[in-house]
Each structure stands twice: as C-alpha cells, then as structure tokens.
Write a protein that binds this ligand. Structure first.
Ligand SMILES: Nc1ncnc2c1ncn2[C@@H]1O[C@H](COP(=O)(O)OP(=O)(O)OP(=O)(O)O)[C@@H](O)[C@H]1O
Ligand SMILES: Nc1nc2c(ncn2[C@H]2C[C@H](O)[C@@H](COP(=O)(O)OP(=O)(O)O)O2)c(=O)[nH]1
Length: 226
C-alpha cells in the first residue's frame, strides 16, 4: 500500500545536501524543504521568529533550537498530504527530538565527505540569496559569470564560506551532528554515503530511495520548492 514518505538529509556545509535534495525532489516527486530557505523567508517577511533568527545569522551563529522549531514545525504540520525531504534540519539533538515528536521519519540520509573536498567546494560556492540557489564555479557554474540564471541578479559569496571561517565551522558541525547521527542510527533509519563526488553518491541514493518509495500516491507527489 502506498503511504507518505518522510526523509531528512544531513551533512556538513558543502557536502551536497542542496544539490542532492534537488535531484531527489526532481526524480521522486518529493517536496524539498530547506531550513535555510524557511529562515530567509521569515527574515524577509519580518515574522517574530525571522527577526530573532536574523540577529544570530548576522553573527554567523546557528539559530537557537526553540526559534528554529517554532519557525519550522508549523510548516511541516501544513504538509500532511505531501511526501517531503527536509534539508538543513535537524542540526542538533534537540531539533531531532522535536521533529521525532511531530512525525515519523522513513529515512535519514547522511553525507560523509572528506574535509579537503568540502573546503575546495565552498571556496568556489556562490549564492543567489533571495532564492537560495547555489552555484559552483566549476561543478555547476551560472550561465553568465556572477549572475543568477533565472533572475540575472548578482551572486554573492557567503562570509562563512570563506576559507578563514571554514575550518571552525566544519569542526563545530562534527560536534553537534554526532548525537543526531547516533539518534537515527539507534532508530535504524540512518544511511551514510561517503565519497568525494556527488555524481558517484547519487546512483546509490537513487537505488536506496527506489526500494523505499515503491509507490508514492499521485496526490502526494508535491512540486519542489524551487
Ligand atoms: N536547523 C537549523 N538550526 C539552526 N540554524 C539554522 C538551521 N537551518 C538553518 N539555520 C540558520 O540559517 C542559516 C542559513 O541556512 P542554510 O542551510 O541555507 O545555509 P548554511 O548554514 O550555509 O548551510 P550549508 O552550508 O550546510 O548549506 C544558517 O547559517 C543558520 O544560521
Ligand atoms: N566539484 C564539485 N562540486 C560539487 C559537487 N556536489 C556539489 N558541489 C558544489 C555545489 C555547491 O557550490 C557546493 C556545495 O553544495 P551544496 O549542495 O550547496 O551543499 P550543502 O551546503 O547544501 O550541503 O559544492 C561535486 O560532486 N563536485
């Protein structure tokens, strides 16, 4: 019998969560929900949680768990008819526990990418902040250098993607993510993929999801956010 499918994708900055999420959304018809996009939407709309979140992001910090869950869980509750893939949440054990109280997950995808690869990728990552679209000057360059493909607006390099900020950021990720990984391992839903190339990881993820999502109800095939 077909049912709704719920997954999360985890990995350090630059591990390919956004890139792989787009492929999953496209191939399997899941809705791609990005916590970063939710945060940016809330900042733009000046919601109470958005105003609070902005003060942390400006300092290069993670948004505190209670603000993040307040911003995100109501959005998930609206998606009762959609199969979805959540990218960027949970990042802490408290977030994983809050999500666990709200819904049952089928799969947690964990991307395990070597540090040198992450540094190399993020140095060349450029972003279109209003949409969250990301480019890499070598892997998926924009059609016109420095401009977003859809709007033609300028791309920026995020402050914390610069080499000086990266090592500390990646170390912090490891510390915070470990308990989340252990949490999903204990639930037997953790699938870890290790490689230096998204194109080599993708076939394995695709095979996994083909076995886990035999049939998605046609009305549960929700469009991607992008
Ligand atoms: N689950 C979360 N918990 C806390 N803060 C979050 C969470 N998701 C997003 N944020 C905040 O929003 C910002 C933007 O998130 P987003 O995932 O787009 O970018 P990022 O931190 O550059 O991640 P990555 O490099 O892994 O893509 C983060 O830097 C963080 O401050
Ligand atoms: N060279 C190379 N670059 C890659 C590969 N997969 C993704 N990228 C690029 C796209 C982005 O510019 C950057 C980080 O990817 P992302 O999808 O934004 O990662 P994440 O921060 O959402 O986890 O690396 C890949 O396999 N090789």
């Amino acid at each position: 019998m077909s049912k709704l499918f719920r997954a999360v994708i985890m990995g350090p900055p630059g591990s390919g969560k956004g890139t792989i999420s787009e492929r999953i959304a496209h191939s399997f018809g899941l809705k791609h929900l990005s916590s970063g996009d939710f945060v940016r939407e809330n900042i733009a709309a000046k919601t109470e949680a958005g105003v609070l979140a902005k003060t942390y992001i400006k300092k290069g910090l993670l948004v505190p768990d209670h603000v993040m869950t307040r911003l995100l869980l109501p959005r998930l509750e609206e998606m009762t008819k959609c199969s979805w893939l959540l990218d960027g949440f949970p990042r802490t054990l408290a977030q994983a526990e809050a999500l666990n109280s709200a819904c049952d997950l089928d799969v947690a995808i964990n991307l395990n990418i070597p540090l040198e690869t992450l540094k190399e990728r993020l140095q060349h990552r450029w972003m279109h902040p209003p949409s969250g679209r990301v480019y890499n000057m070598y892997f998926n360059p924009p059609r016109v250098q420095g401009k977003d493909d859809i709007t033609g607006e300028p791309l920026i390099q995020q402050e914390d993607d610069r080499p000086e900020a990266l090592v500390a950021r990646l170390r912090h990720y490891k510390d915070v993510a470990k308990p989340v990984i252990d949490f999903y391992k204990a639930k037997s839903i953790l699938y870890t993929f290790s490689d230096t190339e998204t194109d080599r990881i993708w076939p394995n993820i695709s095979t996994l999801l083909s076995t886990k999502i035999p049939t998605i109800q046609s009305d549960a095939r929700c469009a991607s956010t992008h």
